[in-house]
Ligand binder design. Structure first.
Ligand SMILES: [Zn+2]
Length: 212
């Protein structure tokens, strides 16, 4: 895409096909939102949570960052963008589910594996992905004989699981989990084969969600 006119033309079609057509939905949305799910996804242009799940406006609250990471709760340090979205989703909107959506071929995880966090202290990407530095270290230590592609996939999936653990350190999430008003899920979109996988705490595996 080399021209923003494409985006404006796309909005025109959206307006005609959806905004003007689905008056019930948009009349309801004008008075507020009640999404049931918060998705924490990657900024990657190929991984749009609403498109992947064929969701409508109002269905999902979405926050996206490089490598779909959730740092552990640290209100006095930084990462307020992610924390604000989690707090708003749980406290104000009362979402019932939070999904951390990882994916294959993640550039952020590749930067982490390449050691950007250690090699380029001035890099914002390096600083950000360092939240999963311990995950990377463990994956490379435990899987020295895997190919780089396999190591990347293991790291992409392990960082989703680590993000779920970090998510549970947020007081609002902790509260929702303990009184069973909130569930958290780890998903992984495999771009190579077009498959959506879900993490199971029972098996500690990512398995296909479709056909489960
Ligand atoms: Zn990514």
């Amino acid at each position: 895409m080399d021209n923003l006119d494409t985006l404006v033309a796309g909005f025109k079609r959206f307006h005609q096909r959806y905004y003007q057509t689905d008056q019930t939905l948009f009349a309801r949305l004008k008075s507020g939102q009640q999404p049931g799910v918060l998705i924490i996804g990657c900024s990657d242009s190929r991984i749009d949570p609403a498109l992947l799940t064929e969701s409508a406006p109002g269905d999902l609250l979405v926050v996206r960052n490089v490598a779909n990471l959730v740092p552990s709760y640290a209100p006095d340090v930084d990462c307020h963008s992610l924390g604000a979205a989690v707090e708003y989703a749980v406290n104000s909107l009362g979402v019932a589910h939070i999904v951390v959506l990882g994916h294959s071929q993640c550039g952020g995880i590749q930067a982490l594996i390449n050691g950007l966090d250690n090699n380029a202290p001035e890099s914002s990407v390096g600083k950000w992905v360092s939240h999963a530095g311990a995950v990377r270290d463990a994956v490379l230590k435990d899987n020295p004989d895997k190919t780089p592609e396999e190591q990347a996939r293991i790291c992409e999936q392990a960082s989703v699981v680590a993000s779920l653990e970090n998510l549970a350190t947020y007081p609002w999430v902790k509260h929702g989990l303990s009184n069973a008003t909130l569930q958290i899920h780890g998903w992984y979109f495999d771009l190579q084969v077009g498959e959506l996988l879900g993490w199971s705490s029972d098996t500690d595996n990512f398995d296909p969600l479709v056909g489960r």
